[in-house]
Write a protein that binds this ligand. Structure first.
Ligand code: ADP
Ligand code: MG
Length: 245
C-alpha cells in the first residue's frame, strides 16, 4: 500500500514539531526516518497513525486521505504501528496476547475468552508467533520476557492486525549489539514476506545504512534531506546537522 504525506503540520504550543512535511512511501518500500532528538520523528508517526490530530495536511493511503479518521479507523485501513509494551496484557502469555489481538482484529472483542477463542484465531496467532520468532516463549507471561522479546511481542501484536503499512519507532532501542541485529534481521524478513510498506525510526546508523533503501532526515520538524544511503552519507547538511559528531 502506497503512503503519501502532503504538507503535514503539527504544533505543540509554540513548537512546530512537524512543519509542512511532504513525503512519498511507495508500496513495498523500506525506509528509515532519522534525525536528532526532538526532530519530530515520533510526532510524524503519531500523525500518520492518528494518535494525534494534524493541524493541516493530508495522509493518503493509496490515494485516499485518512487524516480525519480515528486511529482505529486508520488501523482498519491498514496502518499498523508497534504498540508500547505497556499496552499488551502483562499477566497474559505471549500466545494469549496474540490470540487477543487477532480476536480484536476479527471484530470479536465480545468473544475474548482465553480458553475458547473464535475459530481460526489460535492458528493465526501461531503463524504470527512463528513469523516473528516467538514460538519458543509462547507460554511465557509477557511481563517476564526479555527486553528484546517484549519489543518483538509489540511488533507481533501490530502484525496480528495485518497492516499494509507498518511504522516502527526505534525497534532496537535499549538492545545490545547482537540483539539489535537479530531484531533487524527479523524486521527485514517480515518486510519481505508480507510485502509491507515499512518505515522505521532508528538511531544506529550502521543499521540504517545497511537495510534502508531510502532515508528521510528530519530536523526541527522539517525535511532536511532524502535519498539513498549513499546520498545521505555524503550530504553535507545531514553531516552538519546529525552525522557529523
Ligand atoms: P523525536 O521523536 O524526533 O525525538 P518528537 O516527535 O518526540 O521528536 O518531538 C518533537 C517535538 O515535539 C519536541 O520539541 C517535543 O518536545 C514536542 N512534543 C512531542 N510530543 C509532544 C506532546 N504530546 N506534547 C507537547 N509537545 C510534544
Ligand atoms: Mg522519538
Amino acid at each position: 500500500m502506497k503512503l503519501e504525506i502532503r504538507n503535514l503540520t503539527k504544533t505543540f504550543g509554540g513548537v512546530r514539531a512537524i512543519d509542512d512535511v511532504s513525503l512519498d512511501f511507495p508500496s513495498g518500500s523500506l525506509s528509515a526516518v532519522i534525525g536528532p532528538n526532538g526532530a519530530g520523528k515520533s510526532t510524524f508517526f503519531n500523525l500518520i497513525s492518528g494518535a494525534f490530530p494534524a493541524d493541516t495536511g493530508q495522509v493518503l493511503l493509496d490515494g485516499d486521505d485518512v487524516v480525519r479518521l480515528s486511529k482505529t479507523a486508520r488501523m482498519q485501513r491498514g496502518i499498523g504501528r508497534a504498540f508500547q509494551v505497556a499496552s499488551c496484557f502483562p499477566t497474559m502469555t505471549v500466545a494469549e496476547n496474540l490470540t487477543a489481538a487477532v480476536t480484536a482484529h476479527v471484530g470479536q472483542w465480545g468473544n475474548l475468552s482465553r480458553r475458547f477463542p473464535p475459530p481460526g484465531v489460535r492458528e493465526r496467532a501461531g503463524e504470527v508467533m512463528e513469523l516473528i520468532g516467538l514460538s519458543h516463549v509462547a507460554n511465557v507471561e509477557a511481563a517476564i520476557l526479555s527486553h528484546g522479546d517484549q519489543k518483538l511481542l509489540d511488533i507481533a501484536i501490530a502484525l496480528a492486525l495485518e497492516p499494509k503499512v507498518l511504522l516502527l519507532d526505534e525497534p532496537t532501542a535499549g538492545m545490545g549489539p547482537e540483539e539489535r541485529w537479530r531484531m533487524i534481521e527479523r524486521v527485514r524478513g517480515l518486510w519481505e514476506q508480507r510485502k509491507l510498506t515499512l518505515i522505521f525510526i532508528e538511531h544506529d546508523m550502521d543499521i540504517v545504512f545497511r537495510i534502508a533503501s531510502t532515508i528521510r532526515v528530519l530536523c526541527y520538524g522539517r525535511l532536511l534531506a532524502e535519498g539513498t544511503p549513499e546520498e545521505i552519507r555524503n550530504n553535507q547538511s545531514v553531516i552538519d546537522a546529525y552525522l557529523g559528531t
